[in-house]
Design a protein around this ligand. Structure first.
Ligand SMILES: [Zn+2]
Length: 345
């Protein structure tokens, strides 16, 4: 497994041996010798001292559940709906099993800064309904909405971050224009992503129409929150455009957009962003649901069981966002672009 590639004008020969000893041989010093954003990566005598990845069984090439939610209603009408109680119970389970929510933006950019031994989870919400978010008369999120329940859970479980990504359409959360709602979400570290202005099934329209559906929504979002950069998108109905590239980058009527992650509707845990299997143009998501019905094996309940019992290898953080820790046995999964910061053990 010898390969060579150019990096910064120098030819680097990467072999299996170099790969497996990348910690000492190929790992560059941290930029400027600075601490990580969390302050956990401490520089001692030119080396970065972090938790022992083996001690926490770090595997930053493992799979990450990206959970997909729609409406929270007392009486679900489809497999896409959940009750507020179901949602709360799932969050409690995630907190108990040492998951830490991160946004889709942080996931797709590989900015996974969570404590050693914990697992990232991405909570995503489609269609911007009022059951997900609405502000009460006191200016706070209503307690029975997804945001209300998430904030409440985070308060009970320190370390369980109240962050999520909302893939919105026109007039989100029942608010014409969505200015107040989106502004509140962004100010509270939630991410706003694109779900097209009118929920267009992109696979059913021509490329120009598809780009317009995306660009029009980007325009609406940035009119509501000027200067906001929209970097994540979820495909309505999971329907991919004829030209796959245009969901990542395109333009219409003078409005251009560029996404670093495009999210699907089904149906399995997502590969680590550091894995060779990661495709930013088609990131799988898991439907939140009890493990019942014909699709029982593809539900969040079933996948979380498999991630917990090891049937599916799970992403476990090594605690240092500047390096990528994993058991040597997983080395073949590493995307070549990340070799220089690999820390196999
Ligand atoms: Zn949708």
């Amino acid at each position: 497994m010898h390969q060579s590639h150019r990096s910064g004008g120098a030819v680097i020969v990467a072999s299996a041996i170099l790969l497996l000893t990348a910690c000492s041989a190929a790992h560059p010093p941290p930029e400027g010798g600075q601490d990580g954003p969390s302050g956990r990566a401490r520089k001692v005598g030119g080396q970065v001292a972090v938790a022992d990845p083996a001690a926490v069984q770090a595997n930053e090439l493992g799979a990450v559940p990206v959970l997909m939610y729609h409406q929270l209603v007392a009486e679900p009408r489809s497999v896409y709906d959940r009750t507020p109680q179901d949602f709360r119970a799932e969050l409690e389970r995630l907190a108990r099993e040492r998951y830490v929510p991160i946004t889709a933006r942080d996931f797709s950019s590989g900015n996974i800064d969570i404590p050693a031994g914990t697992h990232p989870v991405v909570l995503t919400f489609d269609d911007s309904t009022v059951t997900q978010f609405r502000l009460g008369t006191d200016g706070r999120p209503a307690s029975d909405t997804a945001v209300g329940i998430l904030l409440d859970t985070a308060q009970k479980h320190p370390g369980f971050r109240p962050v999520a990504t909302f893939f919105v359409n026109a007039d989100p959360f029942g608010e014409p224009g969505g200015r107040k709602s989106l502004d509140w979400l962004v100010k509270h570290e939630f991410e706003v992503g694109n779900h097209t202005l009118r929920h267009t099934a992109l696979g059913t329209v021509d490329d120009d129409t598809a780009q317009k559906a995306i660009a029009d929504n980007q325009k609406a979002i940035t009119q509501a929150v000027p200067g906001l950069s929209v970097v994540s998108m979820a495909l309505p109905y999971g329907s991919m455009s004829h030209s796959r590239q245009l969901v990542l980058k395109g333009a219409a009527d003078g409005v251009s957009y560029q996404h670093q992650g495009v999210y699907l509707v089904g149906a399995n845990p997502a590969p680590s962003p550091f894995s060779a299997d990661f495709d930013p143009g088609a990131i799988p998501r898991i439907r939140s649901q009890a493990a019942t019905g014909p699709d029982a094996q593809f539900t969040s309940t079933a996948w979380l069981d498999k991630l917990r019992d090891g049937t599916v290898k799970r992403y476990t953080s090594g605690g240092d966002p500047k390096t990528i820790s994993f058991p040597k046995s997983e080395a073949a999964r590493l995307a070549p672009a990340h070799r220089r910061v690999a820390r196999p053990y």
